[in-house]
Design a protein. Structure first.
Ligand code: 16G
Ligand code: ZN
Length: 552
């Protein structure tokens, strides 16, 4: 009875505006921030139910619209492992968000509780951690989420404040692992493991291209602000934050941020000719994407971008090198530590990156776009590295592999072998597993791992950028009447419906050397996206254009 009363009351407080239709897409619900409160409140109900279902494990709610304009907002739910909410709850999420009135909402919840066997009614049966980014609608929406959580009897909401998206995911994961999960615990883990990585840089090895100066475009979001907080404690790095979100510095994601830099391939707002030659990084508005770039000079308009594919390549090289140290110990025979290393990309990965990775003998697999698909695939390996070209990605280590590394480290140190290359390699992998956020892609922890590896290799930005040359590519959006008419298969690389479309794409692609092209319906916008790659920019443009024409 109390449960029914609470649900009816909260649904009455947040009526669904007419004409709103929410869909739990690749990144949760997203819309104009001012219209989001009902959907966010219902996401609160959903998160609490999810926690009850999972025996009271902590579940997360993040209120953000990532790289989208400042007026937008959104909400997504993190599962107890810190990853995205299990996909089989998404249909219920949609139904709940679109329930037209309080009675319909109550009916839906009660039916779902019955179908899923959710043990409602106890005390302290659910805990939900909430976080939000810096958007002006964030405070108001966080309150709506709190009210949604509190509508479930026995649920307990904890407001973690203004955070990056990956911080909240990390907190959820840590809390459920029984590790201390406050923001300062997060920072301590990052700062300490970064320092430890630098201690493990061999003296006098590698190149001398590394410079300490790093300029970071914070997208006027939360990531820049958090970096400001910790930069003084980052040893051997001089970090300058631009677009830090301070009053007067600019608007969130406007002409800046990782999405802007990666898509437009131009220097973000806030940089000047004085920055030419400096190593620069760009975060997105909620700091789960990271790209690097060099500021182009007036005389040379070429823009050097290091996207997610090249960050992935750097991580893969580093990890492979450590595994080689561990397994090929010169002429001293030792028990190898077998490790399955897997690389996960999407169809948007530049073809040159895939070729580079395969030339190293690495196993490369593809999934559809969206972190939930990549992350899940990466978990199938001892070490899985995944990145989207847009800069979202991370490295995940299996628990079994971490235990084996720890055991090997203990064995070597008890044999007084702590000076060996093998021991150092073990320590580097263990430290990297603590530095990188294993819950989800995290621009801050990713940036620190990049910086540690560049120091380790003694590499400049140009050394890194020169790993391979990207093939020219072009992306186009096409407005269509019904984007769901296009169905794809093979990790979005082929169209299965309408069948004639794939034949047309094949026909166009065959006209270009190194031509590659695919189309897919966007998961976040009402458009069909076209991606084309070829040996020259003119050809990539023309391939994209002719395929777009067939889509229209
Ligand atoms: C979302 C996804 C991102 C993906 C993008 C594709 C998460 C957390 N975010 O932002 O990974 O690249 O959607 O957008 O999964 P699209 O479907 O509109 O091309
Ligand atoms: Zn983001």
């Amino acid at each position: 009875q109390e449960q029914r009363r609470r649900l009816l009351a909260v649904a009455t407080r947040f009526p669904l505006p007419s004409g709103c239709r929410f869909s739990y897409g690749t990144a949760g619900f997203r819309a104009d921030g001012a219209t989001m409160a009902p959907a966010v409140c219902r996401a609160g109900i959903l998160a609490a139910l999810r926690s009850v279902k999972l025996a009271g494990a902590a579940v997360g709610i993040v209120i953000t619209a990532s790289h989208n304009p400042v007026g937008d907002n959104g909400v997504k739910i993190a599962d107890p492992d810190g990853g995205m909410m299990a996909q089989h709850w998404e249909p219920f999420a949609d139904a709940l968000a679109n329930a037209p009135d309080p009675d319909a909402l109550l009916h839906l919840v009660l039916q779902f509780v019955k179908d899923e066997n959710i043990p409602l009614g106890g005390q302290d049966t659910a805990q939900v951690l909430l976080g939000r980014d810096t958007r002006p609608t964030g405070g108001y929406l966080l309150d709506a989420a709190l009210q949604g959580v509190n509508a479930i009897v026995g649920a307990h909401a904890i407001n973690m404040g203004i955070l990056t998206t990956p911080q909240l995911h990390w907190m959820v994961r840590s809390k459920n692992k029984g590790i201390k999960a406050s923001e300062s615990d997060y920072f301590t883990q990052l700062i300490d493991s970064f320092r430890r990585m630098l201690e493990l840089v061999p003296k006098g090895k590698g190149g001398d291209g590394f410079t300490k100066k790093l300029i970071v475009d914070g997208a006027n979001g939360i990531g820049g602000a958090k970096l400001e907080q910790i930069k003084a404690e980052l040893s051997d790095l001089d970090v300058i934050v631009r677009n830090s979100g301070k009053e007067g510095e600019g608007v969130l994601n406007h002409m800046c941020g990782a999405d802007f830099v990666q898509k437009e391939r131009v220097t973000p707002h806030g940089f000047s000719p004085e920055d030419v030659g400096a190593r620069c990084a760009s975060l997105d508005g909620d700091a789960d994407r990271l790209v690097y770039f060099h500021v182009s000079s007036a005389s040379d308009s070429r823009f050097d971008l290091v996207d997610g594919d090249k960050i992935l390549s750097l991580f893969a090289l580093f990890i492979r090198e450590q595994l080689d140290f561990i397994n090929n110990n010169g002429d001293q025979p030792n028990k190898p530590l077998p490790a399955r290393l897997g690389i996960v990309q999407t169809a948007y990965a530049n073809g040159a990156s895939t070729r580079f990775l395969k030339s190293l003998g690495l196993e490369v697999v593809f999934t559809p776009t969206g972190v939930k698909y990549l992350h899940k695939k990466a978990l199938e390996y001892d070490i899985g590295i995944y990145f989207e070209a847009n800069g979202h990605g991370t490295v995940v280590f299996s628990e079994n592999f971490i235990s084996q590394l720890e055991a090997l480290g203990d064995e070597l140190s008890s044999n007084a072998d702590t000076g060996s290359a093998r021991y150092h390699a073990v320590m580097r992998l263990l430290t990297a597993s603590r530095l990188i956020n294993q819950a989800v892609g995290d621009a801050l922890s990713g940036l620190l791992l990049v910086e540690a590896i560049l120091q380790y290799k003694g590499w400049s930005f140009q050394n890194w950028c020169g790993l391979y040359s990207d093939l020219p590519s072009r992306q186009l959006k096409v407005k269509v009447v019904d984007r769901s008419a296009i169905v794809t298969t093979n990790a979005e690389t082929k169209v299965s419906q309408p069948t004639a479309l794939q034949e047309l794409i094949d026909m166009e692609t065959a006209n270009y050397a190194h031509g590659r092209c695919f189309v897919r319906p966007s998961g976040t916008e009402d458009v069909v996206r076209v991606y084309a790659e070829a040996s020259t920019q003119v050809e990539a443009d023309s391939l994209a254009k002719s395929v777009a024409h067939h889509v229209e």
